[in-house]
Design a protein around this ligand. Structure first.
Ligand SMILES: Cc1cc2nc3c(=O)[nH]c(=O)nc-3n(C[C@H](O)[C@H](O)[C@H](O)COP(=O)(O)O)c2cc1C
Length: 205
C-alpha cells in the first residue's frame, strides 16, 4: 500500500514538473514556453531521407489540425487538402512521375505520407493561406519528431499535361489548383541548416 502511494506521488510530481504554464509563458522545469517554440522553428529542416515506418494516424491528424488552425484570409479557409498515405497510391504517384524520365529521383524521397495543398484560383490571397497552412503542418510535425519537405517540383509535374492521372486521383474542385505537396515521415537524416540571408532584411527606422 505504502509503495503504491509513493508511486502515485512520484508520477504526480513528474507530471507537474513537465507541465508548461502557457499563461506566464514559462515551464516549471526551467525551459520557457517561448524557448521551446523558437527552438522548434529554428531546428526544422527539409528532410529527404525517411524511414519506411508509416506515420501514426493520431499524429497525422494532429498535424492536419495544426494546419487547419493557420491564419487564413477572411476566415475563408480557401485551401483544399488531400492526404495520401496508402502505399499503392503513393507508388502509382511515383511511377507516374518517373514514367517518362528514368533519371529522376524518387518523387517524394519514399516518404510514407504526402499532403497535397491546392489554392482557390478565385481568391487572390489563397496562396498565402496555403503557405501558412503548410508551415503550421511542418512545424507541428517537427515538434513530434516527424520530418517533412515541401515538393514544388512534384506539384509542377502534377499540373503539367503528364500529371493528369495524378490529378484524377486527387480530385480537387475545378476552382482549385495544386500549389505544392509536402512529404512527411520519420527522418533518416539530420541535415544542418543553411545560413540565412540577413542582408535581405532592412529595418525601416
Ligand atoms: C515552395 C517550395 C518548394 C520546394 N520544392 C522542393 C522540391 O521540389 N524538392 C526539394 O527537395 N525541396 C524543395 N523545397 C525545400 C527547400 O529546398 C528548402 O526548404 C530550402 O532549401 C531551405 O532548407 P530547410 O527547409 O532545410 O530550411 C521547397 C521549398 C519550398 C518552400
Amino acid at each position: 500500500m505504502k509503495k503504491n502511494i509513493l508511486f502515485i506521488i512520484c508520477v504526480l510530481t513528474f507530471c507537474t514538473s513537465c507541465t508548461i504554464d502557457q499563461n506566464n509563458s514559462s515551464a516549471t522545469n526551467g525551459t520557457s514556453y517561448q524557448d521551446v517554440v523558437i527552438e522548434n522553428i529554428l531546428t526544422r529542416r527539409s528532410i529527404r531521407q525517411y524511414q519506411p515506418t508509416p506515420i501514426d494516424s493520431v499524429q497525422l491528424r494532429k498535424i492536419i489540425e495544426c494546419g487547419l488552425y493557420a491564419p487564413n484570409g477572411k476566415g475563408l479557409e480557401s485551401w483544399e487538402v488531400r492526404v495520401v498515405s496508402h502505399p499503392d497510391i503513393l507508388q502509382s504517384i511515383n511511377l507516374s512521375y518517373n514514367e517518362n524520365d528514368s533519371t529522376r529521383r524518387h518523387a517524394f524521397f519514399e516518404a510514407p505520407a504526402l499532403i497535397f495543398i491546392a489554392y482557390n484560383t478565385e481568391y487572390d490571397l489563397s496562396q498565402v493561406d496555403c503557405g501558412l497552412l503548410g508551415g503550421n503542418m511542418m512545424l507541428a510535425a517537427h515538434s513530434m519528431g516527424i520530418g517533412s519537405c515541401c515538393l514544388g517540383g512534384l506539384a509542377r509535374f502534377v499540373n503539367s499535361d503528364k500529371g493528369e492521372s495524378i490529378r484524377e486521383i486527387l480530385e480537387f474542385s475545378p476552382t482549385h489548383r495544386l500549389l505544392y505537396a509536402i512529404a512527411f515521415g520519420y527522418p533518416n537524416e539530420s541535415p544542418k541548416a543553411k545560413e540565412r540571408h540577413w542582408d535581405r532584411v532592412k529595418f525601416i527606422e
